[in-house]
Design a protein around this ligand. Structure first.
Ligand SMILES: [Mg+2]
Length: 206
């Protein structure tokens, strides 16, 4: 049976617009010092957001990861109370009642839980960033979500707003719907896209 995986930030709820990733990056640089600038997929995030996520990607599996993730998460948690639901969030309940569903996010687990509770998103299976999983754009988090759902990755569909979601879905062998949030598409021309979350949800419900 098809499983549906949702990205969280700017797919279900906008947290990033309210998160001080500039301050988070300063905290990270104080912790890790100079670091190689890893090339990551181009996406519409601020350069500070990309840099934070790239550093966490580099640190996955290392002793520094927990402290680095905690530093970033303090800024993410501060944004939760002012985070904003994406148009169509109320339709997600219909997906949950019909398909095995999970959230797969680069946010920390505490921030993920707080956001989903605040906006009453009824998806209990959540794969947030973890020390033992390479984050998106690697496929690891998506494959872990499928394992938790008992779903075959090849029958699953990832819904997300970023090229990082797209690359992770392709690497995991999954279907993908890119949510453009009514901006220009950042996805490859052959990717399936929807203008907003509501349209993406209707697509999997029909
Ligand atoms: Mg996102």
């Amino acid at each position: 049976m098809t499983a549906i995986l949702f990205d969280l930030d700017r797919t279900l709820v906008d947290v990033q617009s309210f998160t001080d990733y500039r301050a988070a990056l300063l905290d990270l640089k104080a912790l890790v010092g100079s670091h190689p600038e890893r090339s990551m997929p181009a996406t519409g995030w601020s350069s500070e957001t990309v840099a934070c996520m790239a550093i966490l990607y580099e640190l996955a599996g290392t002793d520094l990861w927990e402290e680095a993730s905690r530093l970033v998460e303090s800024h993410e948690l501060a944004a939760v109370p002012v985070s904003s639901p994406m148009p169509g969030l109320e339709l997600v309940d219909q997906v949950v009642s019909r398909y095995p569903t999970a959230v797969v996010t680069l946010l920390g687990r505490s921030a993920t839980d707080a956001v989903l509770e605040l906006h009453r998103v009824p998806i209990p299976v959540r794969v947030a960033r973890r020390v033992d999983l390479r984050p998106k754009p690697a496929p690891d988090q998506l494959l872990e979500a499928c394992r938790l759902l008992g779903a075959e990755p090849t029958t699953a569909i990832m819904i997300g707003d970023s090229t990082w979601d797209h690359q992770a879905a392709v690497a995991a062998g999954m279907g993908f719907i890119g949510v453009t949030n009514r901006g220009p598409s950042e996805f490859p021309p052959d990717a399936t896209t929807a203008p907003d979350l509501a349209s993406a949800v209707r697509r999997v419900l029909t």
